[in-house]
Design a protein around this ligand. Sequence first.
Ligand code: AMP
Length: 573
Amino acid sequence: MTTFRDLGLSPMILQALEEIGFETPTPIQSKTIPHLINSGNDIIALAQTGTGKTAAFSLPVIHQLDENDSKVQALILCPTRELAIQVAKDISVFLKYLKKFSVLPVYGGESITNQIRGIKKNPQIVVGTPGRVNDMIKRRILKVDSIKWLILDEADEMLNMGFKEELDEVLETMPEEKQVLLFSATMDKQIRRIANNYMRKPEDISVGEKNKGADNVEHFYYIVHEKDRYQALRRIADANMDIHGIVFCRTRRETQLVADKLIQDNYSAEAIHGEISQSQRTNVMNKFREKKIQLLVATDVAARGIDVDKLTHVINYNLPESSEAYVHRSGRTGRAHNKGVSLIILNMREKYKIKHLENKIGKSFEQGKIPTGDDICENQLFALVEKILKIEVNEAQIGKYLDLINKKFENMDREELIKKMVSMEFNRFLEYYKNSVDLNSHVGKERETRDKSSILFARLKISIGLDLGVNVKEIFGFLNEQKELKNVEIGKIDIKKNHTILEVDQNFKDKVIECFSNADINGTPIKVDCLETGVTSTRNPSKKGGGRRPSGSYNSSNNRRHSNQRRSRKKRY
Ligand code: AMP
């Protein structure tokens, strides 16, 4: 097994790591640390939050700091103030035995005066948010001419938060000779643009595949009726007594609503979202970190930069807009070497989104069952009994009251006493669950059909038809060939003489249009018009040719003949 010593770090760093219990490097650390110590090449590292990336980039930088250079040698950019503070805190721990070096966090929303004072103390490492760093560079408070390492931490989040301009400006002012390290949980065009414009032959380091969720997170989904979403959340919380997690909602309003309801129903919960002041947020975050709050209800934006370890659950009260956002959400659990669980509450109409998500992040999701009231009561009851069995009695303090207590209970037998004691804690659950119903939406065949008919389709007119020899199999074959369209629901396909009407899940409309528009048939470009969106399919479900696509149909002899004939085309249709 590789150790930190094997990675070539100095004894002073090793001592600090030993004290904080870092025994073995995480995969991203094993890959990044030796690379940064031995090579001057730029790096793009695909790494989720919680993989140990802070140490992965900061340890090799610390190892190579020059004690004769009092200027800023490393600049680290983070998306949020919280992350900047956290990263600086981690670095100062790693620097414990290297007293000549120091680190300074700088971020917006706080007076710049203290931060200017900090800069004057000549820290070798500055960690900051793009806005504040850019501002300080422009005002010539922060001098970057000696920067040897520029680190972009959670680069995708910085772009998502609208820091594109500030990032560009900071990147443009950097000296020519430096090493750029870009860390991101997801990889998209914008990240590649940064790499192309500002990095020199970057090497890709990855500890997971593109847009994949953390490996030690299990993904489950529950299907409930829309009206039961909140009740399902309660049951999940009740079934997991020691839950310590984040409940993600889509809007500020929903976040506040869910948190208010949870608090009203006696759960240990608080909300964070954009309308909450910084001091309230700090207060809530501290309580959450200290486990004084079990459930933090948050919007995606507010949860950025949250850095709390050992969360047991991430609950998607609603699915996020994109698979990238889901990767970020689920990456809040399963951090470092811990296991985590990500749960999604869905209604029947959203079920098809799971397949899409599975394809996008390359993980499989298991359908879970919302526990029944009886299951929960039984669980809670035995958990309570266990708690009583394990509780430590403070003999010294309780001793003086025992005579009085025994006197009070003298007419009550053991059985009665146990019943009363358990009921005291347990009546809340019995009361709540006494007439409870099964919340799971059962997906039988009949339902599945109904579910499909509730998908909203876009109706497209494609400029190819019978006169070009097009058939249903070929259309399916073409769609099956497009990676992003593999599981897209198809409604009716109506092939006319010189055009085809195709119904596709409207969420994939643009992609389908793009794929057809980039192809041609015997040199003739294909044109696609969207006739309408938001329609239910006109396909007769009992007829063949609609619904889920037959796979592999593209390889029929008929199609092979066509594909040979069309070899000269831009893209094989
Ligand atoms: P990060 O991804 O840098 O935010 O790290 C996530 C958590 O893992 C932090 O609490 C780190 O302190 C912890 N961590 C990082 N590297 C290691 C390691 N090699 N061994 C144990 N814990 C680690």
